[in-house]
Design a protein. Structure first.
Length: 351
């Protein structure tokens, strides 16, 4: 999504000028190059929180990704999001869990990656022979024994909207793990896996449950004709199935815990969803310093919750906050006609 900054700052130049954002000269003053991207050669040993990892003696967690590579008709790419798998994978590993990877069809699933959104953990996953081996030979959900897993985590990605809800093997997996006292987690579009799950007593899993998932606002901002492209919008369908949808600000961390079901709204909810799953399993997560993207999300959360003054304080306390992510939110505000927010948010990037 950060690639929008390069395109969008120029595309929205006229609107930005109205609120005093000065085009090329302005962009250069931000010194974005002072924030180099994550090292593509990062490995597990470069992840500080993995140095305090618990031995893998607490059991196993199954991460499930989509097998759907394209939207119907073969035009637009779908697949699963690398960032939503890699970050959770290492949180689970750091906290003493072995992790298996499965997909509806098994084998090598279709990955989506955005190099400009990647952090060390994402590159480490790509450079991790064990992790890549599990992904490239993902288990078929049909062949999975649910009794082997303390939790199941559904990775997001647009492909999940097509192959997760009506898969009887996924429904069986969720039902079995949940009824055995296990934890169910899902992020972004991953909660699509829960839509058709019914417990043995006939009760829909989602009935009355507080959940998050990719919001209508987020979906329609990215894909204006989403209602025509998708068979449903996730927020709408979760509500239709009896869930109590909890909406947070667009593209900010929003993780909802309701008993043993943990759901995150979007990719920026991945870290907190995975760590909340660890807590639901009965353990305090291994200490982990937030990355630049998380620091920026914290600044933005302060802005939305308490206003610009508190956001400035948060920004001063988080000098490493990702400028690009702050600018992305300024751009989103400008594209939505919220020019006051755009002005204030770009100023946070300069602080």
């Amino acid at each position: 999504m950060r690639r929008w900054i390069k395109r969008g700052l120029l595309a929205c130049l006229a609107a930005m000028l109205v609120v005093g954002i000065g085009g090329f000269a302005y962009v250069y003053t931000l010194d974005l190059d002072a924030q180099p991207p994550a090292d593509p050669d990062s490995t597990v040993v470069d992840l500080a929180f993995m140095r305090d990892a618990q031995p893998p003696t607490r059991g196993k967690i199954l991460a499930v990704v989509t097998s759907t590579s394209h939207f119907p008709g073969g035009g637009k790419k779908a697949g699963f999001e690398l960032t939503e798998l890699a970050r959770a994978y290492y949180v689970f590993r750091a906290n003493g869990y072995d992790v298996d990877i499965a997909s509806p069809q098994g084998g090598s699933p279709p990955m989506r990656r955005d190099d400009e959104d990647m952090v060390e953990a994402d590159h480490a996953f790509l450079n991790d022979a064990v992790a890549r081996g599990k992904l490239d030979a993902s288990l078929s959900v049909r062949e999975v024994d649910p009794a082997r897993y303390a939790a199941v985590y559904f990775v997001g990605g647009k492909g999940t909207m097509f192959d997760f809800p009506d898969d009887p093997a996924i429904q069986r997996l969720v039902r079995a793990v949940y009824q055995a006292g296990g934890v169910i987690g899902a992020v972004c579009h991953g909660p699509a896996a829960l839509l058709e799950v019914t417990l043995d007593d006939g009760t829909p899993l989602l009935r009355g449950l507080r959940v998050a998932g990719f919001s209508n606002a987020e979906e329609l901002f990215l894909i204006e004709d989403a209602r025509a492209r998708f068979p449903y919008l996730l927020q709408d369908r979760l509500v239709e199935k009896g869930a109590r949808y909890v909406e947070g600000p667009m593209y900010l961390d929003n993780t909802v815990v309701d008993g043993r079901v943990i759901t995150g709204q979007n990719p920026w909810s991945t870290w907190s969803t995975a760590e909340a799953m660890v807590r639901a399993l009965g353990h305090a997560p291994v200490a982990r310093a937030p990355g630049r993207d998380e620091l920026a999300v914290q600044v933005l959360a302060a802005y939305h919750a308490r206003g610009v003054d508190d956001a400035r304080k948060a920004r001063a306390e988080r000098p490493g906050a990702d400028k690009r992510l702050l600018l992305m939110h300024a751009l989103v505000a400008a594209m939505q006609g919220r020019l006051g927010d755009a002005w204030r948010l770009q100023a946070l990037a300069r602080d």
